[in-house]
Design a protein around this ligand. Structure first.
Ligand code: AKG
Length: 277
């Protein structure tokens, strides 16, 4: 289900919205799986607020609860990483050897400050054809403009520089010229280039902002010293293409980039034998 106009929009503006992106899984099922993780992890998160020893990405702390490595709770999250509605587009954007680099559930609570400020995720590393890092945010609820929504400046993925560090902070966060608040219906998703200048805003509404975050990079981008994938990922990845999507063993790409601490599937081993490198 790849749609050229979606790719064109992504290339021009640095993002594209996909409606009904969770239809293959059922929004209710995804919401229930999210609630399950939240109920398991919230007590420790609350305790970390009391003790003041919270840490972690996506502004984890008083203004957000970041739930990492969600694949360990339910294979549903791994199935969503391979979402047939989105994966064909990601293969055009990141390349045929696209791998998943993170799976996170995130709650930015009602009545909290912005949990981050304007930034891009890394320097303006570019490739002539592909995006080196893209993310997909799935909305678990309708996202209204006052819900501390994810916000970006369209087109800034083409700029050399990131956003200014000392301007548009705190109470002037929303003064950023050209900003676009990403609103949408529950079950929709945004696919975006992490070079876009972006932030989350204060949630001044009475409703929690709940999203699922997925990160994608080409297979050959490595995190040196990274740990062996969780066993639930290895078990789920029961085909060569799923192995590639989880960054374990490449289908397209050199076998020399493959993980050596995970055994090959028999059919993948055949493929490796036919590779030169
Ligand atoms: O949660 C948000 O709206 C901001 C996300 C963000 O800053 C990021 O993905 O780097």
């Amino acid at each position: 289900m790849f749609n050229q106009s979606e790719l064109d929009h992504y290339k021009e503006h640095g993002y594209v919205m996909i409606e009904n992106a969770l239809d293959d899984f059922g929004l209710g099922r995804v919401q229930a799986a999210y609630k399950h993780i939240q109920s398991l992890t919230e007590p420790a998160w609350r305790q970390s607020l009391v003790e003041g020893n919270y840490k972690g990405g996506y502004g984890n702390g008083p203004d957000a609860h970041t739930m990492d490595s969600i694949y360990q709770y339910d294979n549903l999250w791994l199935d969503i990483a391979a979402n047939p509605r989105i994966l064909p587009l990601l293969k055009e954007i990141v390349g045929i050897d696209v791998q998943t680099m993170e799976m996170v559930a995130h709650c930015h609570h009602a009545g909290t400050e912005a949990h981050t400020g304007w930034h891009r995720d890394w320097p303006a590393w570019t490739h002539p054809q592909y995006t080196l890092k893209a993310k997909v945010f799935y909305f678990l609820d309708d996202q209204d403009p006052d819900m501390g929504c994810f916000t970006l400046v369209p087109g800034t993925h083409k700029l050399d520089d990131g956003p200014p560090r000392d301007q548009y902070v705190h109470e002037t966060l929303e003064d950023m010229p050209g900003l676009k608040k990403i609103v949408g219906k529950a079950g929709s998703a945004i696919v975006w280039n992490v070079l876009c200048w972006h932030t989350g805003l204060a949630n001044t509404s009475q409703r929690d902002r709940r999203i699922a975050i997925y990160g994608y990079m080409p297979f050959w981008v490595k995190k040196y010293g990274s740990e062996r994938p969780h066993q639930s990922i290895i078990d789920w990845a029961d085909t060569p293409h799923k192995r590639q999507l989880m960054g374990i063993h490449a289908v397209e790409g050199r076998a020399s980039w493959d993980r050596k601490d995970v055994d090959y599937l028999p059919e993948h081993l055949e493929l490796v034998k036919s590779k030169k490198f």
